[in-house]
Design a protein around this ligand. Structure first.
Ligand code: DCP
Ligand code: MG
Length: 390
C-alpha cells in the first residue's frame, strides 16, 4: 500500500456546516456565510452545498448571492467557533501521525508512512479518520488518498461533499487525463487562458505538449506542469511549526508611572505587533498584555473576540482596555502586548479592515521597511519619544 501514503483532508462547506450543526433548523437549507455585520468587505466566505445549487461560491459579493438566492439564510460568521472546531479536527489528525501539514483552517496533508503497523493500510486509516471526525465533531470531511500531494488533493476534491477517494498508481492517467487543466495545483485563470488559447483544455491534452514548449511558455513552472500532467509531484509533507502568537515587550530603564507614557508605549508596541502579523499574513482573535511592576510581580490579561484582526487600532484599543484594569499608578518596569489564536489570511474577509485602511497600513509598512522604524510616527508616539529623549 506504499503508493497510497499521502492523504488530503478538507472539511465540507466548513463554516456553513458548523452553523448548520449549531442551529439544526438550518440543516438542508441554503446557508451563506459573509456579510457586512463584522465590517468585512461584503463577500461570501462560504456557502452550504444547498446554496451552491444557486451558483453561490466563496468570494462572490453578498449582494450578488442575495439576488441569486433571495430566500437564502445569510449569516455574518463566528470565527472563534470555527477555530474551535478546527482545533478539534487537528487534534484528531495529530493522533495518527506527527506528519500533518496544515494548509488552512479546514485542510491538511498527512504522510501515513509509518502508521501502517499501528492502524492497518492507508485506506483503513483514511476511513478511521473520517469516521472519528464525524463522531467527535458531527462534521463531514472529504478525504483523498494517493501517492503524492497533487493527486491526494485532487482525490479529496473529486468526490466532495462527504467524499472518500483513492487514486492508485495504475489508474492515474485514466482519472486525470479527462480533467480540465485548472484542476492542476497552481493553474490559475491566466495560465488556464494561455493554455486554452493553444487548444489545451484537458490534462490529457497538456500531456501531449513537449517539455521544451511548456518551459518556453511558462519557465520553471512549465517544467512543473509537464510533471504534474503525468501525476508526478515530489513535494514532501512538511509539518510546520505553527506560530502560536506574535508579541512585543519592552523593559524600561526607569520604571514608568505616567499613564500617558504607558499608553504611548503600548501604541508603539501594538504597531510593531500589527506589522509583524501583516508581514506574516496572520490575523488573530485573542489579545494579551503583560505587565511587570517594580516589585517584579507580573500579570498577563487576555481577551478573545468573536472576529479576527491584525490592525493597530484593534490591538491597541483592546490592549488599552485590559491595561486599564491594572493599577497604573504603581511604577511599571515591563510592558508587553501580543496577539494569539492566529490563522493565515485565507479568512481575510472576516477581519475588520476596510480596503483604504489596509492600503494605508501597507504603505506605512513599505516606508518603515525602507527607512526604519522611526521614519513614520503617530502624534501619540511622539509623547513617549519626546519624554524618553529629554
Ligand atoms: N474561506 C473564506 N474565504 C475564501 C475561501 C474560504 O473565508 N475565499 C473560509 C470559509 C470556508 C473555509 O475557509 O468554509 C474553508 O475553505 P474551503 O475552500 O475548504 O471551502 P469550504 O470548506 O467552505 O467548502 P468545500 O466543501 O468546497 O471545501
Ligand atoms: Mg473545505
Amino acid at each position: 500500500m506504499k503508493e497510497l501514503n499521502i492523504m488530503h483532508v478538507d472539511m465540507d462547506a466548513f463554516y456553513a456546516s458548523v452553523e448548520q450543526k449549531d442551529k439544526p433548523e438550518l440543516k438542508n437549507k441554503p446557508v451563506i456565510i459573509g456579510g457586512n455585520e463584522l465590517g468585512n468587505r461584503g463577500v461570501v466566505a462560504t456557502a452550504s452545498y444547498e446554496a451552491r445549487k444557486y451558483g453561490i461560491h466563496s468570494a462572490m459579493p453578498v449582494a450578488k448571492a442575495k439576488k441569486l438566492c433571495p430566500h437564502g439564510i445569510f449569516i455574518s460568521g463566528n470565527m472563534s467557533r470555527y477555530q474551535e472546531e478546527s482545533d478539534r479536527i487537528f487534534e484528531i489528525l495529530s493522533g495518527y501521525t506527527p506528519l500533518v501539514e496544515k494548509i488552512s483552517i479546514d485542510e491538511a496533508f498527512l504522510d501515513l508512512t509509518g502508521c501502517h503497523h499501528l492502524y492497518g493500510n492507508s485506506k483503513k486509516i483514511g476511513k478511521m479518520i473520517k469516521s472519528e471526525i464525524k463522531e467527535k465533531t458531527d462534521l463531514n470531511a472529504s478525504i483523498g488518498l494517493a501517492p503524492n500531494k497533487f493527486l491526494a488533493k485532487l482525490a479529496s476534491d473529486l468526490k466532495k461533499p462527504d467524499g472518500f477517494m483513492v487514486i492508485y498508481k495504475e489508474r492515474i492517467a485514466e482519472i486525470i487525463d479527462p480533467l480540465s487543466v485548472n484542476k492542476i495545483w497552481g493553474v490559475g485563470k491566466k495560465t488556464e487562458e494561455k493554455l486554452i488559447k493553444k487548444g489545451i483544455k484537458t490534462i490529457g491534452k497538456l500531456k501531449q505538449v513537449p517539455r521544451k514548449e511548456l518551459k518556453a511558455m511558462f519557465g520553471s513552472f512549465g517544467v512543473k506542469l509537464y510533471k504534474l500532467a503525468r501525476g508526478i509531484d515530489d513535494r514532501n509533507v512538511v509539518p510546520k511549526n505553527e506560530t502560536k502568537s506574535i508579541s512585543h515587550e519592552t523593559t524600561f530603564k526607569e520604571s514608568l508611572t505616567s499613564r500617558d507614557k504607558i499608553l504611548a508605549v503600548l501604541l508603539i508596541l501594538s504597531e510593531k505587533v500589527s506589522r509583524r502579523l501583516r508581514k506574516n499574513n496572520f490575523t488573530g482573535c485573542t489579545i494579551f498584555i503583560k505587565i511587570r511592576y517594580d516589585d517584579f510581580k507580573t500579570y498577563t490579561r487576555r481577551n478573545t473576540l468573536s472576529y479576527y484582526f491584525n490592525d493597530t487600532e484593534n490591538i491597541y484599543n483592546i490592549g488599552k482596555k485590559l491595561l486599564e484594569k491594572e493599577d497604573l499608578k504603581k511604577p511599571i518596569r515591563l510592558l508587553g502586548i501580543g496577539v494569539s489564536k492566529l490563522v493565515q489570511n485565507k479568512n481575510k474577509q472576516m477581519d475588520l479592515f476596510n480596503e483604504d485602511k489596509e492600503k494605508l497600513y501597507e504603505t506605512i509598512d513599505i516606508i518603515k521597511n525602507k527607512y526604519g522604524e522611526n521614519s513614520i510616527l503617530r502624534a501619540r508616539d511622539l509623547i513617549y519619544k519626546k519624554n524618553k529623549d529629554s
